[in-house]
Design a binder for this molecule. Sequence first.
Ligand SMILES: C[S@@+](CC[C@H](N)C(=O)[O-])C[C@H]1O[C@@H](n2cnc3c(N)ncnc32)[C@H](O)[C@@H]1O
Length: 429
Amino acid sequence: MSLLLLNIPRALGRRCVSPKRFNSSLVPKKNELQELITKVIGFTGPLPLSQFMRQCLTHPTLGYYTSRDPLGAQGDFVTSPEISQMFGELIGVWFYSVWNQQRCPSNVNMVEFGPGRGTLMYDVMSSFTKLVKRRHGDDSLSLNLIMVEASHVLRQKQASILGDSDVDATGEYWKGKSRFGLNNSITWVDTERDVYEVIDMKRDTNFIIAHEFFDALPINQYQKTEEGWREILVDVHPDTKEFVLVKQAKHTSACAIPESQERYNNVSLNTTVEISPESYQYSKVIADLISINSRGTGAALIVDYGTLNEVPENTLRGIKDHKFTSPFKDLGEVDLSVDVDFQAIAHAARDSHEVEILGPIEQGDFLHNMGITHRVKQLCKRAHDEATEHNIEKAYHRLVDKDSEGMGKIYKFMGILPKGYTTSMGFNQ
Ligand SMILES: C[S@@+](CC[C@H](N)C(=O)[O-])C[C@H]1O[C@@H](n2cnc3c(N)ncnc32)[C@H](O)[C@@H]1O
């Protein structure tokens, strides 16, 4: 196998703002996850990147997401819902418009993949339930929240912001009541497969949101070489004992994945592409969940940073303290993230069901189409002082601007709707 230089690639995504000052408590200490993965590689040989990433992010006790709340100014990165309530409110309006378009189905599950602190769901529910109650009455809908969340630390945060009662964590799934009325319940599950266990598949309409979730799903890397595709693996350097990337010397069955699709074969020689088997699985489940009921109703909104059409090339990066860093150091202390391949998600969804794909379009365009400037004016009118007004406008620019400071271009919105729903608010001006 040949050794590859560690690459901390150019970053499409944001997350790296207002660097924190050096924290002297962050002195190097024994890293249990590093020791564990080193041992595994010692026994089994080099690991596919997806296995390495999965352990780093969601190992039950040592993983990055399972052991902390990483969001916010004090954490490692800031996300759009944490910047302004407007972001989630407009997504709530989008789901309300789809609910209307689909003739107001009466049993709805609002499913969120990777809900973070629960901020996005809170804002989505605030506008969605307000519109439903105001225009259709309190009994028009039975609404259940389903949170697909691997981290128990973040589940506690979600429960505190969304819940209206103590959470019952004794059963297979955590359960609670939401504060939004409408015959509300909240259920927490670990993976996409568990969602099927807690819904009525024939009756329910599933509305699904995944914001900055797909970028955290593990990928595998493959390099196009003169001899054909070769997988890139994680190994331990024999002298330094550091993690390094190596290229497999021989063709393996895993290489059938890039070989099978034209868009991968069209890249130039020596390009390293990223393919995420878990994203494929999640996309198929999303398409399934919005297609399985007997009414033909449901919807999904996927929001993340990534390319509109191109195959992501070598984008894996580590993120710590609002800065990019090596993904192979301080394991479990560093967030790992990749650019999302929207075309692969669309492809997987279509592979599963005859769904309609809307977009992807840039975040700035989606939020403008949804009327963010009107919401800015409303909020500014209600502001009690100039400083608040200034902050609302600053948040607006951060969300929609397409320059290097803004999130309006690098983030994309993609809608998935059941067959026949070819248009919707937000995607059409
Ligand atoms: C980058 S955060 C995004 C949080 C939130 N959506 C937001 O925008 O503020 C990723 C979220 O996905 C969760 N997560 C990451 N990998 C997961 C997995 N494999 N299964 C379930 N949840 C996962 C994390 O715990 C976290 O809640």
